[in-house]
Design a protein around this ligand. Structure first.
Ligand SMILES: NC(=O)c1ccc[n+]([C@@H]2O[C@H](COP(=O)([O-])OP(=O)(O)OC[C@H]3O[C@@H](n4cnc5c(N)ncnc54)[C@H](OP(=O)(O)O)[C@@H]3O)[C@@H](O)[C@H]2O)c1
Length: 295
């Protein structure tokens, strides 16, 4: 079967943050989003009301009305919801979780449906804002081995939203998703550590975040322009061993957890400093010994 140029009738089960974002964006791009279901009728009605030609229906009826169904429910609900719905060989069933393997959709596959994953690498805390973030974001696509049609269709639907498709190797979702968290929520852990340390020396947390966010944004801009090693700045990149020693002293004095956190990240930074080839071997080894030294 060749790839449909116009996507088939699409339904969403789960009218939460991602469901709302994708349904609105695809509908606005001309995709026929024909049905929305959710746990609460109110959520489904509210979303369907924003989409031309779309009905709020119970999940089984939404499935019956569509060919391509996105399960945009919480990760833990995917397998349960997939097991309850009336699939057939006409259907393609896609979840949007990063970490959940496609096996969660096994009941749909057993009924002859094609199954896949469509995981946007973006955060959707505010659906109205998230819609503007879709263009330019990457989306990880995986389909079951025999579902080439669905793969083509999902790639085409990603391009409709100007998203960049990334083909995900089978069986790798937990590592893929855990690693992606370093570019998302773990960035917040880093800023949390900074604001905690500043609070301990008397700088107010609200002012801290305002002061640190432009620094974080500048660092990400540099990484986009020059790559990770090329963007590296700070005492490790310069081989300023005295400053690194002073940091360790200050962090150890604030508590063992602060010292450990700094050491672990600094060791990783040393690898980037090595890759940037700005420092001689003796300086790199000196920094390495300092970071291995006990508090
Ligand atoms: N948010 C993100 O940043 C993001 C990014 C990438 C991928 N994802 C993935 O997208 C999926 C949805 O996440 P989300 O953040 O959109 O979650 P969410 O905002 O909590 O929305 C989930 C929706 O699913 C509905 N729901 C829950 N259980 C259901 C059930 N048994 N049957 C039907 N509907 C049910 C809820 O309905 P009611 O509101 O009606 O109660 C809720 O609106 C997850 O797999 C997540 O990993 C999320």
């Amino acid at each position: 079967m060749s790839t449909p140029l116009v996507p088939r009738r699409v339904a969403f089960v789960g009218a939460g943050r991602l469901g709302q974002t994708l349904a609105r964006a695809w509908s606005a791009s001309g995709v026929g989003v024909v049905a929305v279901a959710s746990r609460s009728e109110q959520a489904a009605t509210q979303l369907a009301g924003q989409l031309p030609g779309c009905l709020a229906l119970p999940a089984a009826e939404a499935v019956a009305a569509a060919d391509l169904v996105f399960l945009t429910v919480p990760d833990d609900a995917i397998a349960t919801v997939a097991a309850l719905l009336p699939w057939s060989a006409r259907h393609s069933v896609v979840h949007c979780s990063g970490a959940t393997e496609l096996t969660a959709l096994a009941p749909a596959a057993a009924a002859g449906a094609q199954i896949g994953g469509f995981h946007p690498l973006q955060i959707f805390s505010d659906p109205a804002r998230a819609e503007r973030l879709l263009a330019g974001s990457t989306v990880a696509i995986e389909v079951a081995a025999e579902a080439q049609d669905l793969s083509d269709e999902l790639h085409a639907m990603a391009r409709r939203l100007q998203m960049k498709p990334l083909q995900l190797p089978p069986g790798s979702r937990a590592a893929y998703h855990g690693a992606a968290s370093f570019a998302a929520s773990f960035l917040l852990s880093m800023l949390d550590e900074a604001t905690q340390v500043w609070a301990q020396i008397g700088l107010p947390p609200e002012a801290a975040l305002q002061a640190l966010l432009p620094l974080a944004a500048g660092t990400l801009d540099a990484a986009a322009a020059r790559g990770l090693a090329g963007a590296l700045s700070g005492p490790i990149s310069r081989g300023d061993t005295g400053v690194v020693g002073a940091h360790l002293h200050a962090f150890d004095a604030l508590g063992a957890a602060h010292g450990q956190f700094y050491r672990e990240l600094a060791r990783r930074q040393l690898s980037l400093a090595r890759a940037s080839a700005r420092l001689d071997e003796a300086t790199l080894q000196g920094l390495g010994r300092l970071l291995e030294s006990a508090p």
